[in-house]
Design a protein around this ligand. Structure first.
Ligand code: KG4
Ligand code: ZN
Length: 351
């Protein structure tokens, strides 16, 4: 089954054709970053206008590059949430029109679940049935959580961030440092050659309190970045020369990035100890980072389990993961999902 997927939840306009085995025939992504950069973050009105302008051509290219023709498309899928409502509506409306025109079924996809599926897209990656139970660390611009995946479509939320998401911590840090948007890639570039241990920024929550649950979650499996962000703010007040000294900037960005990643790895390690999964996965935009990928690799090795990482192009928002999830779900359950309302605050479908 070949699914044409559409992703327009935030600032990437993307269309892809993928089958139920996760074979990617095409994945075309137009990133709007340059359009939002002057404003230091995503502007919803600009995002939706860009989706309207870009989507027709992106769709045509995705179908052309797949080489299957429009008649080779068996179903159409689009992200229905979470995301910016005005942007979600563009993708959903396009998907609805195409499904009608092609006389094909239509599927609405949860963006967070699609990120989880990105780890199965790399050629040679195992399928969920072969490797579950899995612990997956989801690290995007809007979400940071630890998920236990029991089987395709069967998830338990083990812990989540109590304040910012990891990507948000990088984006806000870059803003404080005057490095621009989006923060993750600019900090990664600036950190090259810097010392990750030059400044001792705080890591996550202090665990000196009794281990009482927070919002029903084991405290050890939750994340926090607010102390880290404040520490950077105070550091910059005490060291205003940072922004004009390339050498110091390298050390500060390397140390800040390291603190974000260590804050992720602590709870991830606690989850691996608690769950004893067959494998460990990491998905979402922040998982593009080479330093984080290296640290995740070392963690998985210590637990003697395989690490499933999405290829870099499938970490940040893309339609391949949307189509892959839709194809897998349709192969499993058929076309039962009729919910195509845009849901800006959708959360993971939990068992
Ligand atoms: O998954 P994603 O594309 O969108 C959301 O669903 O949020 O993630 C975007 C986030 C941004 O915060 C961005 O700064 C971060 O991913 N990011 C990175 C890198 N590339 C993107 N963070 C660290 N290193 C990168 N290379
Ligand atoms: Zn995303």
């Amino acid at each position: 089954m070949n699914v044409l997927g559409i992703e327009t939840s935030c600032d990437e306009t993307s269309a892809a054709v993928v089958n139920e085995q996760g074979r990617v025939f095409s994945n075309v992504v137009y990133t709007q970053i340059a359009r939002h950069q002057p404003y230091g973050g995503v502007v919803p009105e600009i995002a939706s206008r860009c989706h309207v302008e870009a989507l027709p051509d992106i769709l045509r290219r995705a179908v052309d590059e797949a080489g299957l023709g429009w008649e080779g498309i068996d179903a159409v899928a689009a992200t229905r949430g979470p995301g910016l409502v005005s942007s979600l509506l563009i993708g959903l409306t396009a998907a609805r029109s195409l499904a009608l025109r092609l006389d094909r079924p239509l599927l609405g996809v949860n963006h967070l679940e699609a990120h989880l599926y990105s780890i199965f897209l790399t050629p040679g990656a195992p399928q969920p049935a072969d490797i579950c139970p899995l612990v997956i660390l989801l690290v995007s611009g809007g979400h940071t959580c630890l998920v236990r995946m029991e089987a395709s479509g069967d998830y338990t939320l083990l812990g989540q961030t109590l304040d910012d998401a990891a990507g948000e911590a990088l984006d806000k840090g870059a803003k404080l440092l005057g490095l621009g948007y989006p923060g993750g890639p600019v900090i990664e570039k600036s950190a090259i050659g810097g010392s990750p241990s030059a400044i001792a920024f705080p890591r996550g929550m202090k665990l000196n309190q009794p281990n009482t649950p927070i919002d029903g979650f084991d405290r050890k499996l939750c994340f926090s970045f607010s102390g880290l962000k404040t520490a950077l703010l105070y550091y910059l007040k005490a060291h205003p020369e940072t922004t004009t000294s390339p050498e110091q900037m390298r050390d500060v960005t390397a140390s800040y990035q390291e603190a974000v990643f260590d804050s992720l790895l602590g709870p991830a390690e606690a989850a691996l100890k608690k769950v004893h999964p067959r494998a460990f996965g990491c998905a979402g935009g922040v998982a593009r980072n080479a330093r984080l990928r290296d640290k995740l690799n070392r963690l998985a090795k210590r637990f003697h389990i395989p690490l499933l990482l999405a290829a870099p192009e499938y970490c940040t928002d893309n339609a391949a993961m949307v189509a892959a999830l839709a194809a897998a779900r349709a192969a499993r359950d058929g076309f039962t999902d009729a919910s195509l309302e845009a849901q800006p605050n959708l959360s993971l479908p939990l068992a």
